[in-house]
Design a protein around this ligand. Sequence first.
Ligand code: ZN
Length: 87
Amino acid sequence: MSAHKHDASPTDCADFLEQIVFLIDNELAEPDADEVKRHLQSCNPCLETYDQQRIVKAVVARSCTEVAPGDLRAKIMVQIQELRTRS
Ligand SMILES: [Zn+2]
């Protein structure tokens, strides 16, 4: 039996931010993905991050077929780094 705390502390969010990136990439196993999704439903900042990252990812995926978005990719990496180090 594990006690599951439900309020989102900054530490939890830092953890989840990393998971969010994996979730978008579909690299999470289902139990983990479910947990992240549940957190997103109760945590607005994380949900916003998730939406933002998804949009960015979609834009990159689309523009990949046209031009190699080196600049954009670099910008996203910086953004992800910022998200990871912010806690
Ligand atoms: Zn959160």
